[in-house]
Design a protein around this ligand. Structure first.
Ligand SMILES: Cc1cc2nc3c(=O)[nH]c(=O)nc-3n(C[C@H](O)[C@H](O)[C@H](O)COP(=O)(O)O)c2cc1C
Length: 204
């Protein structure tokens, strides 16, 4: 039972979230999970100007994801940072390579969980998650959200990411805020739920 966890990250927030999702997925018996990186598409001078080169070193040794990693998985967890209220171009570029999988219907009935991050609380995490879910429905995938059985999204005592559409984190304008324990717990919860549903659906 394979759960592949694919992420793009510029400063590391999404990386922290998918590591928590992996902890959750690994709780499910028989699940083998792997974290893979979406290839960078921005030129190095732009990354340098954005102060991303140093931060990206922390996950430089994570293997890059390919179409095979989508095809072979029993379940997928995708970490997708918000760009202008929708998925990052690195993610769009990656998914735009999946035409052959679409043609063959390879991803039909595959469960997928989506997670996101944005600088501000209302900066578009939910629109990123919902619009990405719509794209993945073209592939026939089954979107696994974050139900209210994860009670961490109910509290009003703390500003936090996380919604029924998926776990998420607020990074702050300068990326100064790291995922809170509540946000990481949401990622663990959703990761475990994805793995459990993938396991139930698997005929292996
Ligand atoms: C080009 C660009 C567009 C962005 N658009 C938004 C946005 O619409 N709303 C928002 O709150 N944050 C936005 N951000 C901030 C990113 O969402 C934030 O840096 C990212 O979630 C951090 O995650 P990471 O460290 O994993 O890359 C944008 C950042 C960049 C570079």
């Amino acid at each position: 039972m394979k759960v592949n966890i694919l992420f793009y990250s510029m400063y590391g927030h999404m990386f922290q979230m998918v590591k928590a999702a992996k902890e959750g997925a690994d709780k499910v018996t028989g699940v083998e999970s792997r974290i893979l990186r979406i290839p960078e598409t921005l030129p190095e001078n732009i990354l340098e100007a954005m102060g991303a080169l140093e931060a990206q070193k922390q996950f430089a040794d994570i293997p890059e994801a390919t179409m095979d990693d989508l095809a072979e998985a029993d379940g997928l967890i995708l970490g997708i940072p918000t760009r202008y209220g929708r998925m990052s171009a690195q993610w769009a570029n990656f998914l735009d390579q999946s035409g052959q999988l679409w043609l063959k219907g390879t991803l039909i009935d595959k469960p997928v969980a989506l997670m996101s991050s944005s600088a501000t609380q209302h900066g578009g995490q939910e629109s990123t998650l919902i619009s990405t879910a719509a794209s993945l429905m073209h592939h026939g995938m089954l979107v696994v959200g974050l139900p209210y059985s994860y009670q961490g999204q109910m509290g009003v005592d703390e500003i936090t990411g996380g919604s029924p559409y998926g776990a998420s984190t607020i990074t702050g304008g300068q990326g100064e805020r790291l995922p809170s324990e509540r946000e990481l717990e949401g990622a663990r919860f959703q990761g475990e739920r994805l793995a459990m549903i993938a396991s139930r659906l698997s005929t292996k």
